[in-house]
Design a protein around this ligand. Sequence first.
Ligand SMILES: Nc1ncnc2c1ncn2[C@@H]1O[C@H](COP(=O)(O)OP(=O)(O)OP(=O)(O)O)[C@@H](O)[C@H]1O
Length: 711
Amino acid sequence: MGTKRGNLSIDSENIFPIIKKWVYSDHDIFMRELISNGCDAITKLKKLDMMGEYEMPEDYKAKIQVIVNPEEKTLKFIDNGLGMTAEEVEEYITQIAFSGATQFLEKYKDKTTEDEMIGHFGLGFYSAFMVADEVHIDSLSYRKDAVSVHWVSNGGTEYEMQDGSKQEVGTEITLFLNDDSLEFANEYRAREVLEKYCSFMPVEIFLSKANAETEYETIDEADVLETDEVVEHITEEPKEGEEGEPKKKAKIVKRPVSLSDIHPLWGKNPSDCTKEEYIEFYRKVFLDYKEPLFWIHLNMDYPFNLKGILYFPKINTEYDSIEGTIKLYNNQVFIADNIKEVIPEFLMVLKGVIDCPDLPLNVSRSALQNDGFVNKVADYISKKVADKLNGMFKTDKENYEKYWDDISPFLKFGCLKDEKFGDKIKGSILYKNLEHKYLTLEEYIENAKKASGEEENIETVENPETVDAAAQEEAQVSDADAQDSKAGDGAEAVEAEVVGDSEEEKKKEPLNVYYVTDEQQQSQYIKMFKEQGQDAVILTHNIDSAFITYLEQRNEDVRFQRIDAEVHDSLKDEVDESDKEEFQKLTDELVELFRKELNNEKLEVKVEKLKDDSIASMAVLSEQSRRMEEMMRMYSMGGGMDMGLGGQATLVLNANHPLVKFVTENKEDTHISMICKQLYDLAMIAHKPLNPEEMTAFVQRSNEIMMLLTK
Ligand SMILES: Nc1ncnc2c1ncn2[C@@H]1O[C@H](COP(=O)(O)OP(=O)(O)OP(=O)(O)O)[C@@H](O)[C@H]1O
């Protein structure tokens, strides 16, 4: 073939500036495009071999080489795929791709925002012109007697094609980088991009630098492979004083290491994967040296193809940011991280990989938003996660409990964000109680009712299973009552019964679920609870206050109360009817005294006969006021106001405690002021940290009290 010159279609004059602008933000994507073209070419050649249309050389090993040449400012991609003839280059590259680009222009000529453009169009090969002024293709087709072809285009409107000199079947693409893109000729930068997009491509990828000095390594002679290039055989004599045979070693040309893992773990059958493999994969991909807690291997063929592994990372403290990474792949080709349209938002705290060949390779976020298929993928993933958690809860409770503290923020977040997920896993939500045992809400309620002697009607919490069972029982009754009623009628009757039942339930006072937000600070209340055989659940995470609201909205029969919200009836003695008047008088006196001594006319003071007579004073703040305060603090509505809880908390004095008794009987004592203040501070300290002035006064007073002991 002589030199063939051609003109690209008229419209294409505008193509290159647009291509350059198109993926400006994802500049490096050309590497992915060129390498996946090489992978495709290799897959096609393997198919031809299988179909008997081509016979592969014995020693054929599929590979893609990437060679950077910073001196010449070039970047080469060499594959040993099926190659192209001159006609094919003309057809696939010059005509089809250009006409594709023309379509692209047509479609998007009025749309100028990047988001609308990015990813809508797989420009494939032509993305090379984002970074190169000139591109060469050298290709030799697998076809018998094929002649190699050399194609040159300088990114303008012309190309040139002539016979080439390529000897091996395959294609070599050479990019002459433009001045803005020289970074890609840097070996480290190229490696970075390859690792980002091509770590799991189905073909081995080798990166090298042109004219680099040959590197060597020394290995045991026994480990030498046929493919190794041995430059020297070495015999290592044992060192002086050491015994043993001389060691036979070989100096070989350093074996190239593929940048891609062509059989990623997610593609394997879950039953063939070991724990070590999962952990190693996790460390390699997410560079997180902490062990993940556990993982879910997704493997689905129908109704769509999806494989992947989702890891639950270890979240140590509530201060750790819980931001995960979900990498999305299409047939082992990386698409992007954290595409929130495909991955349900609450799963973004996980780390994982998802390979879904049915998704478009060039994912456009805006196009995905309303895509029914994409929504289905997201639903499937969320369902699988719920199934796994429920499965563990049922069959591997021990580990489930062990992981609970780590996974609970995530699960709770999931409940808040995704109603379906919340419904699915509600039975697997655990609550740590005061003994640090894990209970379900149902179990807690059951225990609480037992403790208060109210054992009947345990199913007050929303629980479809028990309601269903009740419904079935009712159905039998109704059937017996009305032998001739049709199934439909029966069902209606049941529904009416169930509604009637739950309405009756609603009239009941909600059951209090007590909770602790800070075990240390609220230790005094915990002690009192424990002594009276009362239980509470520990909810210390930031997300818990939102989660409590969520639970209350869904279960009208329960109400969450922080352990210091009120003095629970079981913690105090009733005042005898005959003593009531006397007790009221005492209360009034104490209120007056404390208000005076603490110089606060608005101070709320209550006197109770607490069963635990080791407690002299404590503070309570109603759940409602506390939540209101927390909300205001969250929205920073506090302004300059003192947002501490002390201002509104009620001081509870224990009439059974000797100190309180002393105060009542010795109001004129010289130390009375000191005692009142100390009792107040001691109560408040269990509520919230004292402010600096309060703390200073408290410490000073405590010292004074000790000084009195020395006298
Ligand atoms: N390395 C290669 N070896 C053999 N054929 C190739 C190679 N690169 C490109 N081609 C041919 O050129 C065609 C056009 O490539 P291009 O990358 O522009 O689009 P595509 O790969 O078909 O689709 P996409 O836009 O998704 O990348 C390919 O379909 C293929 O037939």
